[in-house]
Design a protein. Structure first.
Length: 135
């Protein structure tokens, strides 16, 4: 079996994993949540408004402060939504799975035995080249 076929098999196994299945369900629910998607649109408009205000030479600081407060309120509303919470939890599971896979692949690329190499605590491989940042 060549490496590309092995990668395709790994991709199939990943999509059959319970974490990915939950993520796919949560993503579908997120996409279908019209009220949440309206809030996200409102957030994006508020963010663009703040960016526009930030570029103004003589901006009204009080309006700028109010716009930032509004943005924070919208953000909090989005993040406290049950659909968004479920999505974020499911995404964390898939992200952990991907980090573990990448750690194993990185160790193997450095000569570790694929059958015995262990995922380091915290997911760190010791190689900064594969790092997305410390958590």
């Amino acid at each position: 079996m060549d490496v590309i076929n092995a990668a395709r098999n790994l991709g199939t196994a990943m999509q059959e994993d319970e974490r990915f299945v939950e993520y796919a369900k949560a993503k579908l629910a997120l996409d279908k949540d019209e009220a949440l998607n309206e809030k996200v649109g409102e957030f994006n408009i508020a963010r663009m408004n703040i960016e526009r205000m930030s570029a103004e030479e003589n901006r009204d600081e009080e309006k700028f402060k109010e716009a930032n407060l509004k943005l924070r309120e919208i953000y909090d509303s989005i993040m406290s939504n049950d659909t968004m919470k479920a999505y974020n939890t499911a995404k964390e599971g898939v992200d952990k799975m991907m980090n573990d896979i990448m750690a194993i692949l990185q160790m193997c690329s450095e000569g570790a035995d694929p059958q015995t190499c262990e995922i380091p605590e915290g997911g760190c491989t010791g190689s900064c080249s594969t790092c997305a940042g410390c958590h």
